[in-house]
Design a binder for this molecule. Structure first.
Ligand code: DGY
Length: 326
């Protein structure tokens, strides 16, 4: 690429609406050509060279090496995700590079998936589907595929009651669940209106029938749910993770699911994506989907558009719309 005008480097093709918005930017745009796979590290380091803006996904690690490769003209990293654990904020801050994310636009889609996973695990929907596909004979029976009665006062524990956690709480309230929650909004009037009771992590672990994780991945939340925490959960409890894989110690979770020390799990995210702990594929009591929490078509449009609008703002010398504070 010619370096006569600094470009915007986009690490994967976005939705058509966001691609159109990209084409309206006042800068050349370079998009990683293969929509099926992320750029390799080498491709990334090469393509970012000379860029004024970088539009990465959560699959790209934005660290000192990448920022060095980009060069001093880089002004903004516009992550197409609400989570930004892939970005080294100390490095971007040190270099005066703005970082933006996509908060607000994916709360409902992610909460829909979390609640879908909750219901799938509670009522063993995927397991029952797999059974039917075997073609084995069956007849209606009182104990066949019995699971958790979600709407009969089951307790949901929300770990990290932020925007997405609150959207999950709204769904749980409509299902007449009892709701315990940790996090900054757990004692807010809005949470109280939904019947949310603020709780410690230990209380959530010990008292919940289903635990749903909605905290960001930080050094403090890495392996927040490990062997000790899993051991505190009820043997009938279910764990839902649509947050970030490393919040859970995946090997410990596989052990807990295998031994029956908890009843089940439903996972959208994994510790070492796109790898899965091999045990997960073998277990019947876990539902696994490939990080599709925000995969509503309109939501993905909104995420891409917000990322591009953040780039446009910074390139025009305006403050970004949704900056991440270092
Ligand atoms: C995010 O935005 O952080 C999600 O994990 C991807 O949708």
């Amino acid at each position: 690429m010619s370096n006569t005008r600094a470009h915007v480097y986009v690490t994967r093709r976005l939705t058509p609406a966001a691609m159109t918005r990209l084409s309206e930017l006042d800068a050349p745009v370079v998009v990683h050509p293969d929509p099926e796979r992320p750029p390799t590290r080498r491709e990334l380091l090469e393509s970012v060279r000379g860029a004024v803006a970088l539009v990465p996904l959560l699959t790209e690690r934005v660290d000192a090496e990448l920022l060095d490769a980009a060069g001093e003209q880089l002004r903004v990293v516009a992550n197409v995700a609400v989570g930004y654990d892939n970005v080294d904020l100390a490095e971007t801050a040190r270099r005066g590079i703005a970082v933006t994310n996509t908060p607000g636009v994916l709360d409902e889609a992610t909460a829909d998936l979390a609640f879908g996973l909750l219901l799938a695990a509670a009522r063993r929907i995927v397991e029952a589907d797999r059974f039917l596909r075997t073609g084995r004979p069956w007849a209606w029976a009182p104990t066949m595929f019995t699971g958790l009665d979600v709407s009969a006062g089951a307790t949901l524990g929300i770990v990290g009651l932020g925007r997405i956690g609150m959207a999950v709480a709204r769904r749980a309230h409509a299902f007449r669940m009892r709701i315990l929650a940790t996090g900054r909004r757990a004692s807010s009037p809005e949470a109280a209106d939904l019947g949310v009771v603020a709780a410690t992590l230990d209380e959530v672990l010990e008292r919940s029938d289903v635990i749903s994780l909605h905290c960001p991945l930080t050094p403090q939340t890495h392996h927040l749910v490990g062997p000790a925490e899993l051991a505190r959960m009820k043997s009938t409890a279910l764990l839902v993770n649509t947050a970030r894989g490393p919040v859970v110690d995946e090997a410990a979770l596989v052990d807990a699911l295998r031994s029956g020390s908890i009843a089940g799990a439903a996972l959208d995210v994994f510790e070492d994506e796109p790898q899965l702990h091999p045990g997960l594929r073998e277990l019947d009591n876990v539902v696994i989907v490939p990080h599709i929490g925000s995969a509503g078509a309109a939501t993905r449009d909104a995420m891409g558009l917000l990322a591009v609008d953040n780039v446009a703002a910074v390139l025009a010398g305006r403050p970004p719309l949704t900056p991440v504070e270092p």
